[in-house]
Design a protein around this ligand. Structure first.
Ligand SMILES: *Cc1c(COP(=O)(O)O)cnc(C)c1O
Length: 368
């Protein structure tokens, strides 16, 4: 059997009949960025995410940068970020001129440990950026309480968890202003780059819309030094169509995860992801951990099963962040995850037979 790490086959089959005619409509319309389709998708996504506003932007990194800029965060400020995340979360903080201050995750959920945040707060701290990693919503009640106590902003990085919840509330609807990504491989993916900002605050929404469009709310009059981070009509139209399938696709990911969990529990030294009490996951990734990660990955590759490592090197050890002078051992939990994690295939259309084959192949590795 040949099982790729990610396949768009099923998702494309679900929407292709709707996508192709929409492509023709957009071409004929003659309006290609920030138009009616973008507005329509923004309203639909805001409703889907239970926020009052959504602003479409060019990608997920820009969404986070614009969110931080909208809050006035910049030079001299500190933003608390997880030590275990994709580098985009840190880069957004760096790009506005602020300093990312890492806090370790829980080793069970891989998400930022709220109990460790307080110790990282200083007089310079302006915001906390929880990242709902691998599809699981962070423990947002504790995080929002801390933010309240210290008068900090919360900016959720919701690139991986559209649809995940904490105590019945959706990721991307907790923070003052939040970013998400519609990179093709995300749970809701465009056919190219795209992203969005969600917020319940009208002023922050206006500010974000101004920043994404050259700092201009009135054409050719620039109030601030903004950037060009606009969303295409074409992508917005595609996203509108795909959004109608997102609950179904997320449910299929959850099914895959539940079957893996059932089949892989108690296998060798394999550690499966745990959900925090009150948290749900939309399983953007299905991450297992083992001390024999590299050997297991090679074994699966030889048997035709695609896997990836998310992520092999934590941000604090990346060359890009050598200016922060961190060294190996500074964030041991993030480092342990990086050294032991392996992401198994999870996507809509992955069949029970394939999940069984992957699980049997993993069991065979431990018996070999
Ligand atoms: C994908 C991702 C981003 C960035 O999104 P892009 O659209 O690729 O810019 C940010 N944070 C996390 C956690 C991500 O996974």
């Amino acid at each position: 059997m040949n099982i790729p790490f990610l396949s768009f086959k099923q998702m494309n089959a679900d929407v292709k009949a709707e996508l192709l005619p929409s492509f023709e409509t957009f071409i004929d319309k003659g309006w290609y960025v920030l138009g009616e389709q973008v507005k329509k998708f923004e309203q639909e996504y805001a409703a889907w995410n239970t926020t009052s506003h959504c602003a479409g932007v060019a990608n997920g990194l820009d969404a986070l940068i614009i969110a931080l800029k909208s809050l006035g965060i910049g030079e001299g400020d500190e933003v608390i970020v997880p030590s275990n995340t994709y580098i985009a979360s840190w880069l957004a903080v760096s790009y506005v001129g602020a300093t990312p201050v890492p806090v370790e995750p829980r080793i069970s959920t891989y998400n930022i440990n709220p109990q460790l945040i307080e110790a990282a707060i200083t007089s310079k701290t302006k915001a906390i950026m929880p990242v709902h990693l691998y599809g699981q919503c962070c423990e947002m009640d504790a995080i929002m309480q801390l933010a309240d106590k210290y008068n900090l902003y919360v900016v959720e990085d919701n690139a991986q968890s559209q649809g995940a919840m904490y105590n019945g509330k959706l990721a991307g609807s907790f923070g003052h202003i939040n970013g998400t990504s519609f990179y093709p491989g995300k749970n809701l993916g465009a056919y190219g780059d795209a992203g969005a900002i969600t917020t319940n605050n009208q002023e922050l929404f206006n500010q974000a819309c101004t920043i994404r469009n050259y700092g201009s709310s009135k054409k050719y009059y620039n109030e601030i030094k903004g950037i060009n981070s606009r969303l295409d009509e074409l992508q917005a139209g595609f996203l509108s169509i795909k959004l109608n399938h997102l609950h179904n696709w997320n449910a299929q990911r959850v099914h895959v995860a539940e079957l893996y969990h059932q089949l892989l529990s108690g296998t060798g030294d394999l550690i499966l992801t745990e959900l925090a009490t009150g948290a749900t996951s939309v399983f953007h990734l299905y991450v297992v951990r083992t001390q024999r990660r590299d050997a297991l990955q090679q074994w699966l590759t030889e048997k035709g099963i695609g896997t990836l490592i998310h992520y092999p090197l934590p941000p604090h050890l990346q060359q890009a962040y050598k200016d922060l002078n961190y060294t190996t051992g500074d964030f041991p939990i993030a480092e342990e995850i990086a050294n032991t994690c392996l992401s198994l295939p999870v996507y809509p259309g992955l069949s029970d037979d394939e999940i069984n084959y992957i699980s049997q192949t993993i069991k065979a590795f431990y018996h070999a």
